[in-house]
Design a protein around this ligand. Structure first.
Ligand code: FAD
Length: 317
């Protein structure tokens, strides 16, 4: 029986693994078969993770986290978890190869997925002008002309934030009115650097090595036009990866896993959650790493309490 199984190999999972391994808990990590390293594998320069004054490539940062976790004894399995049984004190994790693994505690750190436009060149140009995170990448677009796709609060927030760097920010929206709250809309309308392109969707992203432009298609008459830009921010939503725990753990209204206050404790004892899967607001590598720490410490305390209970000698009268 394992002490701890960690599901997910992003900054939350690896940080939890480093702490759990250094506490002697020999964590077993399911790192996924194709998504090893999490979201930062899809980006180039990471300039806001402390400790790297010159910045670091996303995949290099994740490689270092993995090496650090393995150095202290984390076992990394390159497979996906397909089923989770958290109904009893012993938790059971089924991997896609059919093997079942037991543990006293689970750390669930499966992250969240930014919604994509589904265009051919979107993935290829990710980190080369296509981004899902203004906080992460806005700095790279100083004095550039860029576009934000979306019509909700986060699209307005990203567009307004990006005007700190870019000379011009187009907001492309499929309808002729926004979903965003009135206050966020007004802030964007009042910003002289923002121009709205209504009733339009992006039908193609152009660029060999960096984004150079878009083809926009009218949602009214299907007509197409070209738009020259140097960056595209996609802000059409985010889905926490919770499919394995539906009906097993409580979720929040935002779809993230509900945790108790600032802890990582979920609605089921012995199951802890960390990173973007519990975070509807910040979604940064460093906040995910911090919450991985909390999960490892919470799990450690839980296991210690379990051991104490199991070793307790019944009191004699
Ligand atoms: C393009 C891009 C650029 C970014 N740039 C920055 C940046 O510069 N700075 C910054 O701070 N943040 C950045 N972010 C945000 C940052 O990547 C996330 O906040 C962070 O990765 C969240 O960490 P996490 O561990 O919670 O989840 P993730 O990194 O999403 O990792 C989750 C892991 O769980 C795995 N998983 C999911 N389901 C299963 C399963 N069933 N079985 C096994 N494994 C599973 C996934 O494959 C993945 O490995 C960026 C995000 C994107 C998309």
């Amino acid at each position: 029986m394992n002490q701890i199984i960690i599901i997910g190999s992003g900054p939350a999972g690896f940080t939890a693994a480093i702490y759990a391994a250094r506490a002697g808990l020999k964590p077993l990590m399911f790192a996924s078969a194709i998504g090893i390293g999490g979201e930062l594998m899809n980006t180039t320069d990471v300039e806001n993770f402390p400790g790297f004054p010159e910045g670091i490539q996303g995949p290099d940062l994740m490689q270092k986290m993995q090496e650090q976790a393995e150095r202290f004894g984390t076992e990394v399995v390159y497979d996906d978890v397909t089923e989770l049984d958290v109904s009893g004190e012993v938790k059971r994790v089924t991997a896609s190869d059919g093997t079942v693994h037991e543990a006293h505690a689970i750390i669930y750190a499966t992250g969240s997925a930014y919604r994509k436009l589904g265009l051919e060149d979107e993935e290829r140009l990710s980190g080369h002008g296509v981004s899902w995170c203004a906080t992460c990448d806005g700095f790279f677009f100083r004095e550039k002309t860029i576009a934000v796709v979306g019509g909700g609060d986060s699209a307005m927030e990203e567009a307004t934030f990006l005007t700190r760097f870019a000379d011009k920010v187009y907001v492309i929206h499929r309808r002729d009115e926004l979903k965003a709250s009135k206050i966020m809309q007004q802030r964007a309308f009042d910003n002289p650097k923002i121009e709205f392109i209504w009733n339009s969707g992006v039908s193609a992203i152009h660029g060999e090595t960096e984004v150079t432009g878009l083809t926009l298609q009218s949602t009214v008459d299907g007509s197409e036009r070209e738009l020259a830009i140097e960056g595209l921010f996609i802000a059409i939503g985010n889905d926490p990866r919770t499919h394995l725990v539906h009906g097993k753990l409580d979720l929040t209204d935002e779809g993230t896993i509900a945790v108790d206050g600032r802890s990582s404790r979920t609605s089921v004892a012995g199951v802890f959650a960390a990173g973007d899967v519990i975070d509807p607001h910040y979604r940064q590598a460093i906040t995910a790493a911090g919450s991985g720490t909390a999960a490892a410490l919470d799990a450690e305390h839980y296991i210690a309490a379990l051991e104490q209970k199991q070793n307790a000698v019944p009191a004699t009268v």
